[in-house]
Design a protein around this ligand. Structure first.
Ligand SMILES: Cc1cc2nc3c(=O)[nH]c(=O)nc-3n(C[C@H](O)[C@H](O)[C@H](O)COP(=O)(O)O)c2cc1C
Length: 224
């Protein structure tokens, strides 16, 4: 099948997006409003951008009325009425349910920290708290927001942040700054509203020509 997105409704375009772009990492984003109230929400349209400077992005879409979600209202730059700061927290398998609870659309100003039972912990540079239960957190200053369809339902928004502090639980990191993937036990989001995966089954492949050498991954698989 070949689809022209322009001939599909928004819901079907969304299904083709989340069904194929998998697995998606999850950013549990903490922000606070200009009057200091905390907010916490998960976003799987999330990626690293670069390491010089260290930057990452997450994408809070407009809600069904075309309005900005609280995370965007809070994280956008001060010049646009926000606080200009956010924290990305990485969620371990052990806290999948608490993370998913944070997607509850609470009224502006009510905190998902209270709803989920996650513990806020102060950051070093930014005012939103990090999540104490998350083994890795990135404190970010918002550099730019790109809006693909402002004011329209499901319009996309890209929030780009510069990482100013990285918190890693001591038992997860070695002296060469490598994060132990097994101990991190991160989860990802799959193609349905309630579908997730673990990162427990992993394999290694060298890059470039070496990938074509005699490795288990390069050997032909027997027919299923
Ligand atoms: C695992 C997971 C991933 C999500 N990813 C996104 C996303 O990438 N973009 C988005 O707009 N909403 C996403 N949502 C929905 C938001 O979390 C939800 O709309 C939330 O209420 C937004 O909170 P806020 O209004 O406090 O910002 C996701 C929900 C879950 C459970």
């Amino acid at each position: 099948m070949i689809y022209d997105p322009a001939s599909l409704g928004q819901t079907d375009r969304y299904k083709l997006m989340i069904g194929g772009v998998v697995p998606r990492p999850i950013a549990l984003v903490s922000t606070c409003s200009p009057d200091g109230r905390t907010n916490l929400a998960p976003f799987s349209f999330f990626a690293g951008v670069g390491s010089n400077p260290m930057t990452l992005l997450f994408c809070p879409a407009n809600d069904e009325r075309g309005q900005e979600k609280d995370s965007l209202r809070n994280a956008k730059p001060v010049s646009e009425g926000g606080v200009g700061q956010f924290v990305v927290n990485i969620v371990p398998f052990s806290h999948a349910h608490q993370m998913a609870a944070c997607a509850e659309p609470l009224p502006h100003g009510e905190s998902e920290f209270d709803l989920s039972g996650f513990t806020p912990s102060p950051c070093e540079v930014v005012s939103p708290p990090r999540v104490a239960q998350c083994p890795v957190s990135y404190e970010c200053i918002t550099r730019q927001v790109i809006r693909t369809n402002p004011g329209q339902p499901a319009g996309g928004n890209i929030v780009i942040g510069e990482v100013v502090r990285v918190h890693v639980r001591d038992d997860l990191i070695d002296e060469r700054h490598r994060i132990d993937q097994a101990k991190l036990d991160a989860i990802g989001r799959m193609g349905g509203p309630a579908a997730y995966c673990t990162t427990r089954e992993r394999f290694e492949v060298p890059s470039g020509r070496a990938a074509l050498g005699d490795t288990p991954a390069s050997r032909p698989r027997p027919p299923a």
